[in-house]
Design a protein around this ligand. Structure first.
Ligand code: ADP
Ligand code: MG
Length: 296
């Protein structure tokens, strides 16, 4: 919501579709949040892209996994958490996470395990911020992330399949969770923009749709109010773009090869290419998390 509560916060980066930018967004968000306070980046996706992308293949294949903390109770989060060279700590994924997910389904309070065993003990104590990178399918890991954070950011990209993914996320993940807990959508974040918005492109369609969408994404908050400033273009501005009165802005987050290259070099963008023009957008996302919502 548009409150100004400061303090510690956890957020899940979710969308029920692969390849949209969950790992890229969550890792770079964690990197910028680390400038605001102590940050834990938690990779909950069994594919381990973020963990391996950061160069922690050994942790991904380690004998100890999330299940030892949240199911067996034999390990503590500290047995798993690794420091990184990027100012945040990493709770790594593991190649056995799919088994953990299955076991969670049969466990008492299976959706609240990450909250009770990891986030509640650490958030506001050792960490100011916790960011979850989530799987692309619905299930116990996504449910745990929602329960543990109560806050989500949803990346989205141009094209109808990402919009379908957004709708699935609301209908199959967030709305069912809201029968039991509060889930606050902090922001819907356009990603991989590569086209002009002064012509009828998929980029324009996405930006225009988001900025005019009046249906509620949060109780009494329309979708258009959770679009970050960097992607906010009003109907008046679109008219001025079409009549040539203003040069069309290039909203973020744009497609940048440095973003995919950075992971091949085991780094968030800030450390791989500190001059990159997209870093300000991740900084804006970090400020939204720190503030608990978009302030206008
Ligand atoms: N803004 C961007 N510009 C260029 N490449 C991007 C951008 N965002 C994501 N990618 C690339 O797209 C692919 C999918 O992104 P990823 O973050 O792994 O998505 P997800 O975690 O949702 O599956 C990756 O190869 C990533 O490097
Ligand atoms: Mg991913």
């Amino acid at each position: 919501m548009n409150d100004t509560t400061t303090g510690s916060r956890a957020v899940s980066v979710v969308i029920l579709k692969g390849g949209v930018g969950k790992s890229t967004t969550s890792m770079n968000l964690a990197r910028q949040l680390a400038e605001h306070g102590k940050t834990l980046f938690a990779d909950l996706d069994p594919n381990g892209h973020a963990t391996n992308g950061l160069g922690f293949e050994d942790a991904y294949q380690s004998d100890i996994n999330l299940g030892d903390i949240i199911l067996e109770g034999e390990a503590t989060p500290h047995d798993l958490i690794r420091p990184t060279d990027h100012r945040f700590d990493l709770l790594p994924s593991s190649d056995t996470l799919e088994d953990v997910e299955k076991d969670l389904a049969g466990a008492m309070q299976g959706s609240a395990r990450i909250k009770s065993k990891i986030v509640d003990p650490l958030l506001g104590e050792e960490y100011d911020y916790v960011v979850f990178d989530c799987p692309a399918y619905p299930g116990m890991l996504n449910n745990n992330a929602l329960v543990a954070t109560g806050n989500v950011m949803i990346p989205i990209e141009p094209g109808s399949s990402a919009i379908g993914g957004y709708k699935r996320t609301m209908e199959r993940l967030i709305e069912p969770a809201r029968e039991y807990i509060d889930v606050d959508v902090l922001a819907v974040v356009p990603n991989k923009l590569s086209d002009r918005i002064d012509q009828q492109t998929e980029d324009r369609e996405l930006i225009e749709n988001l900025n005019t969408a009046t249906y509620e994404v949060n109780p009494s908050q329309p979708l258009k109010e959770v679009v970050p400033d960097f992607a906010r273009i009003t109907s008046e501005e679109f008219e001025a773009i079409d009549t040539g009165e203003i040069t069309p802005p290039k909203p973020g987050i744009r497609h940048r090869s440095a973003l995919s290259r950075s992971l091949q070099h085991n780094q968030p963008l800030q450390d791989y290419d500190p001059e990159n023009d997209q870093i300000v957008y991740y900084e804006e996302l970090a400020e939204i998390v720190a503030a608990g919502g978009i302030e206008r």
